[in-house]
Write a protein that binds this ligand. Structure first.
Ligand SMILES: Cc1cc2nc3c(=O)[nH]c(=O)nc-3n(C[C@H](O)[C@H](O)[C@H](O)COP(=O)(O)OP(=O)(O)OC[C@H]3O[C@@H](n4cnc5c(N)ncnc54)[C@H](O)[C@@H]3O)c2cc1C
Length: 329
């Protein structure tokens, strides 16, 4: 019996470090967060001929400091956790295009074509999209112009720069409140600005904040403008009850108003929900045959590390089953 060249040969694991454009891989994994890394481990252990294309390893884990809900650890340093995932993946000698961003995916008759921002085209029979989410911008005047000069999106990365400063945090959920906690730790004065009426953060965080000095809570207010020439000097907020605007002198603005799925490369190919998340079934199948989705970029609820890792594992096993059924049976 003649089988096509989908092979379970172990020698496939001894390969070049960079993916090769001339190879048609069994599987390409896009992303380097927990979903993609878990998928890579499962696919490698199934001896699939795979490659990874990612901007970085770690994804959103690198934006936080401690993780307290990764099974087996009461608390683990987020960088250590991300590093241990990365090390596990690297133990399999999988070709990785690190630092590359995919810009488009095309479905051709027998393969997916994946285009990258460094003008490479890779091919594969199956694809796992695990590109996660990114911070939603406020889209107000001054935001883009002052990014990195007072406007920030990641407290773990940037809070230490605001030691003793006055900082506005836009948002009313857990992320905004934990950002405020990080800023208070470095001695900043914090003004939390919540667009929707009523704070969304956990009660315990709200209580803690209400009892803390150096925090001002502005509920039902809107950030309308960020001011400053070389760096942030102030923020204009509008009271949504009475429409009155007020300028707050501030040295920084942290924007914590949610996340957007990184769906751009596949948004014209697969079905998305209203939030732009890739619709997947419980086997991580998308609307396109051979294309699987995993983690935060998908419709799977509860965006968490353990859930993304589980979904990545499922996506890899589903891709493997798909290949076996399509090419070997
Ligand atoms: C501040 C913060 C704190 C958090 N704390 C916790 C916590 O304590 N516990 C918990 O369980 N969860 C926490 N989370 C959520 C958790 O980090 C995410 O649910 C998880 O990282 C999602 O994993 P993912 O692999 O789906 O996506 P991501 O982690 O978003 O990874 C996506 C990956 O895809 C890459 N990528 C994106 N677009 C492209 C492209 N076009 N081409 C190539 N590569 C691309 C990215 O660079 C990244 O490597 C936190 C999140 C944040 C932001």
């Amino acid at each position: 019996m003649d089988f096509p060249d989908f092979s379970l040969d172990t020698s496939l694991l001894e390969k070049a470090k960079e993916p090769e454009p001339e190879v048609i891989y069994d599987l390409l994994i896009v992303g380097g967060g927990p979903a993609a890394m878990s998928a890579a481990v499962y696919a490698a252990r199934k001896m699939m001929n795979l490659a990874i294309i990612t901007k970085d390893f770690g994804g959103q884990i690198r934006e936080t400091s401690e993780v307290e809900n990764w099974l087996g650890f009461q608390s683990i340093n987020a960088k250590d956790l991300a590093d241990s995932f990365e090390e596990h993946v690297k133990g399999f000698d999988i070709p990785v295009s690190l630092g590359a961003s995919i810009t488009e995916v095309k479905r051709e008759v027998h393969a997916f074509k994946v285009l990258t921002d460094d003008s490479k085209i890779y091919s594969s029979r199956t694809l796992i999209i695990a590109t996660g989410k990114r911070h939603r911008p406020l889209n107000v005047p001054g935001e883009k112009e002052l990014v990195g000069r007072g406007v920030a999106y990641c407290a773990t990365c940037d809070a230490p720069f605001f030691k003793g400063k006055k900082v506005v945090v836009a948002g009313g959920g857990n992320s905004a409140f934990t950002t405020a906690v990080d800023l208070l730790k470095v001695g900043a004065e914090v003004i939390l600005v919540n667009f929707i009426k009523g704070w969304q953060a956990d009660e315990s965080l709200q209580e803690r904040m209400k009892q803390t000095d150096n925090v001002n809570l502005l509920d039902y207010h809107q950030v309308v403008k960020i001011e400053g020439k070389d760096s942030v000097t102030g923020v204009v907020v509008k009271n949504r009850e009475n429409e009155k605007e007020e300028k707050i002198d501030a040295n920084g603005v942290f924007i914590e108003i949610g996340l957007l799925p990184n769906n751009e490369p596949i948004k014209n190919l697969v079905e998305l929900n209203e939030q732009g998340e890739v619709i997947v079934d419980c086997s991580c199948k998308t609307s396109v045959e051979g294309l699987f989705g995993a983690g935060d970029v998908t419709t799977v609820p509860h965006k968490q590390i353990v859930i993304s890792a589980g979904e990545g594992a499922k996506a890899a096993l589903s891709a493997y089953n798909y290949l076996i059924n399509k090419f070997l049976i």
